[in-house]
Design a protein around this ligand. Structure first.
Ligand SMILES: C[S@@+](CC[C@H](N)C(=O)[O-])C[C@H]1O[C@@H](n2cnc3c(N)ncnc32)[C@H](O)[C@@H]1O
Length: 228
């Protein structure tokens, strides 16, 4: 049987770090150690709270592993990769080529800080938008643009799922506080966001209703919204 985890480096930091090593394999697919650890539980959570059929726009697809892992088990989902980083897009392309199905599309170039989302605009409305581990590794404008852009391009009752570390109403887990400080040392505009104080007000203003907050391992959350 194929060992789908054999490419993961042995990484023990326990936190998703933007600058972790993601070496490309011979076929161009990259593997993120943190995604290797969380992709199974992220898929399970996605299947519990997100549409099982239709079109999913993924923002900040990174290596491309979440889309590959989820579509491998969801035959009625079309998953559209996107990113702003050409190296990540090359890996997404390689995961698409390696898949034995045609449910992976893209990668598109979508920068959530931009008002218009390029080619994604023409493919809308989407049944779902998924974004893991981006809003803390980008300026806050990226989070603002993600929420307003998702709200604009989702169909009514379409869902947005965010995954990653968050503070909760001014309280942050020690590991997330250390992670956030580390991020801010790299770039002062980065940092772990507060779900209640920073993200929910954006969602409310965009007519996205909160439908689920799911505790995930390593002090991460999955947060699911539904478009009114
Ligand atoms: C830590 S990686 C997460 C990758 C993947 N979602 C995962 O969880 O494995 C952060 C990703 O956010 C992307 N990114 C950063 N700023 C962005 C923006 N403004 N719009 C879209 N993607 C962005 C980066 O290119 C990178 O692929």
């Amino acid at each position: 049987m194929m060992d789908e985890n054999k490419h993961y480096q042995k990484d023990t930091t326990g936190q998703p770090v933007a600058l972790e090593r993601r070496d490309a394999t011979e076929d161009g697919r990259r593997y993120s150690p943190s995604t290797g650890r969380n992709k199974a539980i992220v898929r399970e959570t996605f299947f519990s709270h997100m549409p099982r059929q239709g079109h999913v726009l993924e923002i900040a697809s990174g290596t491309g592993e979440h889309g590959a892992h989820i579509t491998a088990a969801a035959t009625d989902l079309t998953w559209i990769y996107s990113d702003i980083d050409p190296v990540s897009q090359a890996s997404q392309r390689a995961w698409r080529v390696a898949a034995d199905h045609d449910r992976l599309w893209g990668p598109l170039t979508v920068d959530t800080t931009q008002l218009a989302w390029g080619e994604a605009e023409a493919l809308a409305p989407f049944d779902a938008v998924f974004c893991a581990n981006m809003i803390h590794i980008a300026p806050f404008e990226a989070a603002e643009g993600l929420i307003t852009g998702a709200a604009r391009l989702l169909r009514p009752a379409g869902r947005l799922m965010l995954y990653g570390p968050f503070a909760r109403n001014g309280v942050i887990a020690p590991s997330n506080a250390r992670f956030s400080e580390d991020l801010q040392r790299r770039d002062p505009s980065w940092g772990v966001r507060d779900l209640e104080l920073q993200i929910l007000p954006l969602a409310q203003a965009a007519n996205l209703d909160l439908v689920a907050v799911v505790d995930m391992p390593a002090n991460n959350l999955s947060v699911v919204f539904e478009k009114r």
